[in-house]
Design a binder for this molecule. Structure first.
Ligand SMILES: Cc1cc2nc3c(=O)[nH]c(=O)nc-3n(C[C@H](O)[C@H](O)[C@H](O)COP(=O)(O)O)c2cc1C
Length: 479
């Protein structure tokens, strides 16, 4: 499997999914090129000779917006379809055995090490991505590494990072995220939280860093398990945190309690397609050591307005988790789970073979409770019968339009967690920090008590289709 960002770019190049760009400006031009290319489902981009920066200080974007990039990053065979990828990941996850990282003394990330007055984060051509961004966001394709002060395990999570000055970064991690919990534990005992931020790395580590693994499970151990060998890490002298030996750029430092230092963060063009959370004071990291490889590549994964999916097109981060949780709760005969909408977080679809009265309702209610964390997550929960492919939104809509009487089978339940990034929080709720939303439960399964009398579906039987297809194979060739 691929071990670093350079290997990933080479693999994309081999598949014709790569283009180099010279002489673009970091100030909105790179961001807009990325937006236009993402809208067109275009290739990965590697920017070099960026205005005002020396050759070799590069920026890579648009790497995972398409299925080729995601499948390479996660190690899925290219021929697998979306629902098969979700099922495959679910299976891997259920067999998970931690493979811890391996400590090494040296690695490419140590090619350049800056400390003290030499530290200058502006060394890298960080784009201003979107017109109304409050500053330059170096952390969009970032992984942030923290250690729990009580239990000692290491978390790796993606939380956006804005440059404040040469040696200071602000980071936004929303309530309940693992780094949020860890940093608050340090602050509660009056200590600054050690933090390492990595701005270009192995795509699998990045992918895992955006997935909510359960508390106590390190993304490093999961990456080792998927790869079949431990990730090579170097221990940073000051923070004692493990950093990937093949990373591109790493800033290590400490996050003081917010009462000592916090800075204005935002606005930022967010994944729901708005600048919803505005500007707030957020915690900072004071950089103590800055590492980078020769000819470093800053990895950018900024949001682009939906329907462009700036995360991963296949929702293994949400659908796999939800499917597993439902099965762990004893729910039987689930045929497939998929999550659609911006960020693959908002519209959950569960297909099931109804076994008893209330089966679909029970599954939907649990799904609404399980799928949370982040703005608008799981706002719509749809249950469909087993003949509907949950990954095919057109089929799902057919079921919603024809198997659901809104008067009886749509319910709205208030009071679920959303986040400050939710554009539908009215000013009054926002001021009260009431970050809650209603959820809509749509039961688009045939009504259980008369499902056997439901009008038959107008489609030829599988046997008839097979027979006709084999007799008329010439007619259907290349169609
Ligand atoms: C590209 C991208 C950017 C993200 N940015 C943020 C962010 O700025 N703040 C945040 O709290 N979560 C963000 N997330 C979601 C978290 O990365 C995700 O919830 C992850 O599970 C967090 O790690 P944790 O579970 O270890 O806390 C982002 C996800 C992606 C894919």
């Amino acid at each position: 499997m691929i071990d670093d960002l350079r290997g990933f770019l080479d693999a994309l190049k081999e598949r014709g999914k790569f283009r180099e760009v010279n002489n673009a400006d970091w100030d909105l031009e790179i961001g807009t090129i990325n937006e236009l290319m993402a809208e067109r489902q275009g290739p990965a981009l590697l920017f070099d000779n960026i205005e005002g920066y020396p050759q070799g200080f590069r920026v890579a974007t648009n790497l995972m917006h398409h299925r080729v990039g995601q499948k390479l990053a996660f190690g899925f065979p290219e021929e697998m379809n979306d629902l098969e990828c979700v099922a495959d990941w679910k299976d891997k996850w259920n067999k998970f055995q931690p493979v811890p990282p391996v400590e090494v003394k040296d690695g490419p990330i140590k090619e350049n090490i800056l400390k003290g007055d030499d530290i200058d984060i502006y060394k890298f051509p960080t784009p201003k991505w979107h017109t109304h961004d409050g500053g330059r966001y170096i952390g969009t394709g970032v992984i942030t590494i923290t250690r729990d002060p009580e239990q000692g395990w290491v978390n790796v999570g993606t939380y956006r990072v804005m440059i404040q000055d040469k040696t200071t970064l602000a980071f936004y991690a929303s309530p309940g995220k693992h780094a949020t919990i860890m940093r608050e534990k340090y602050w509660a005992i009056g200590k600054p939280c050690p933090v390492a931020m990595c701005f270009g790395q192995d795509p699998l580590l990045f992918a895992l860093s955006t997935i909510a693994l359960p508390w106590g499970i390190s993304e490093y151990d999961m990456a080792g398990y998927i790869k079949g060998k431990g990730v090579e890490v170097i221990i940073d002298d000051e923070t004692k945190l493990p950093i990937p030996a093949t990373a591109e750029i790493v800033a290590c430092g400490f996050s003081p309690p917010p009462q000592e230092d916090s800075r204005e963060e935002g606005p930022f063009g967010e994944w729901q397609g708005y600048y919803a959370s505005g500007t707030r004071n957020e915690p900072v990291v004071c950089i103590k050591t800055l590492y980078y490889r020769n000819d470093p590549i800053l990895f950018g994964q900024p949001p682009v307005k939906p329907p462009v999916n700036t995360w991963f097109p296949i929702p293994i981060h949400t659908a796999t988790f939800l499917w597993n949780e439902l099965e762990k709760a004893g729910m039987m005969d689930i045929k497939g789970v998929y999550v659609h909408g911006p960020g693959n977080r908002i519209i959950a679809v569960i297909s099931l073979k109804q076994r008893y009265l209330g089966h679909a309702k029970q599954i939907a209610t649990l799904a609404g409770a399980f799928l949370q964390g982040g703005a608008c997550t799981g706002r719509y929960i749809i249950t469909v019968d087993e003949d509907i492919d949950p990954s095919n939104l057109d089929e799902v809509l057919w079921a919603v339009c024809t198997r659901c009487d809104p008067e009886k089978y749509i319910n709205i339940v208030p009071g679920f967690l959303t986040s400050p990034l939710d554009p539908m929080l009215d000013p009054e709720k926002r001021a009260k920090k009431d970050f809650t939303t209603g959820k809509v439960f749509i039961n688009a399964c045939k009504p259980y008590h008369w499902k056997d009398k439901f009008p038959p579906v107008n489609v030829a039987s599988p046997e008839l289709r097979e027979k006709v297809l084999s007799k008329w194979s010439e007619l259907f060739k290349d169609v």
